[in-house]
Design a protein. Structure first.
Length: 395
């Protein structure tokens, strides 16, 4: 743990990708995992949610670290292809799919031992057929809708008859049942308590009326892990907190300490001086007025997932100071004002997300400024941006 308190990551480690790179601090990932573990019961295991390439942080590298943690049960992905990528890169632990998956992949699911979420009767039939063809049972997790209004059976008589059918479908093993909280990140805990009660009530009916003790019950997402210890069952599903980001501004910042995992860097590629009346970027939404403005071009844009909505209102950090974005963010470049940063030169390090001396820009702040959600912002940092992993135990 001591090692985890101080990351060994250095900003200069761009591995030659100076245009833009996301530094992934694996020590921070391990710190966040330990921090969550300290807040759940000892017998509760964690599902590392690695959908959307690990919320933009790089799923495979994180999975490799998680493989060694005994308290990590396995992984969750959204699509079959995400799950398959994890398997093909060495994931030995169970992988759960959180949404509906289409029948084209059912046989491969069986082969790769990937657990689908089930809630449609036609799924039971087709999964059963795939299990038979592969000669291999498929473990399923039943999705229960207790308040999301999304996928999932309802906790009622019809739901119960679905569970009975699932139990009696050849080739399928009911390994788990989960629900998803809609409002666990809000100040009012009432709706989440109601969801927990619906879940446990239905689980009890399954036990009493069908005689089935579901082996793996799980409800909590990140906000649940922080705020609802009573929702710890057999597993909890950690998404955003794994990456050191907060589910919302309404959850406690102290119960589970977190460290952001991603820092986004670039370098200044050009600096020019302009007199008054010079317009900058598409549409000329910004025009210089000062006698002298120093304009730096940064080779990052919305083509990398940096939000265009930060045009004219976002900023980056250079030499420990804020540099405002001038005019529109382009697909691959943007311009910032370095008039008051005399040390800024071509080649200077630019921090788009992260800390530089006393200043910092968090994913949350950038989300607020751009009118986006921190989850969305992280997911949108796309594959054009290389991920450089530092820290961790795999070196
Ligand atoms: C995405 C997702 C999670 C993770 O949510 P976080 O808020 O990121 O922790 C958990 N469970 C389900 C079903 C999900 O879809």
């Amino acid at each position: 743990m001591e090692k985890l308190e101080n990351s060994s990551c250095r900003t200069s480690d761009s591995a030659g990708y100076d245009r833009v790179w996301a530094q992934i601090d694996m020590d921070a990932v391990l710190f966040n995992m330990e921090s969550m573990r300290a807040n759940i019961r000892e017998d509760v295991k964690i599902v590392a949610v690695l959908k959307t390439n690990g919320y933009g942080h790089g799923a495979v590298a994180i999975m490799k670290e998680m493989e060694k943690l005994p308290y990590v049960w396995g992984y969750a992905a959204a699509t079959f292809e995400e799950a398959k990528e994890l398997r093909e890169n060495g994931a030995k632990k169970p992988i759960l799919l959180l949404g509906y998956v289409f029948p084209y992949c059912y046989r491969e699911l069986a082969r790769l031992e990937i657990r689908p979420s089930c809630f449609r009767e036609d799924m039971l039939k087709e999964l059963s057929a795939a299990a038979k063809e592969e000669g291999k049972a498929i473990r399923i997790h039943i999705a229960l809708d207790t308040g999301m209004g999304r996928i999932g059976i309802r906790p009622d008589d019809e739901g119960l008859s679905f569970v009975r059918k699932a139990m009696n479908t050849p080739g399928l093993i009911v390994e788990g049942m989960f629900t998803h909280f809609a409002k666990a990140d809000e100040e009012d805990h009432g709706p989440t308590h109601a969801q927990i009660a619906l879940y446990t009530g239905f689980r009890d009916r399954i036990r009493e009326e069908l005689g089935l003790e579901i082996p793996l019950c799980h409800c909590s997402n990140s906000a649940g892990i922080i705020e609802f210890p009573e929702a710890n069952m057999n597993l909890v599903r950690a998404g955003i907190t794994l990456y050191g980001l907060w589910p919302s501004s309404e959850v406690s910042r102290t119960i589970v300490p977190l460290r952001p995992v991603m820092t986004l860097y670039s370098r200044i590629v050009y600096i020019k001086e302009a007199g008054p009346g010079v317009s900058v970027s598409y549409g000329g939404t910004y025009t210089t007025s000062a006698e002298k403005t120093r304009i730096a071009t940064i080779p990052v844009g919305y083509g990398d997932g940096y939000p265009r909505s930060l045009s004219g209102k976002g900023y980056v950090l250079i030499c420990g100071k804020k540099a405002l974005i001038l005019g529109r963010v382009c697909m691959d470049q943007m311009m910032v004002d370095v008039t008051d940063i005399p040390d800024a030169r071509e080649g200077s390090l630019v921090t788009l997300i992260g800390k530089d001396a006393g200043e910092s820009i968090t994913m949350e702040q950038l989300g607020d400024l751009s009118g986006r959600f921190n989850y969305e912002l992280a997911c949108n940092i796309n594959r054009r941006v290389p991920r450089i992993v530092c820290g961790g135990t795999l070196g």
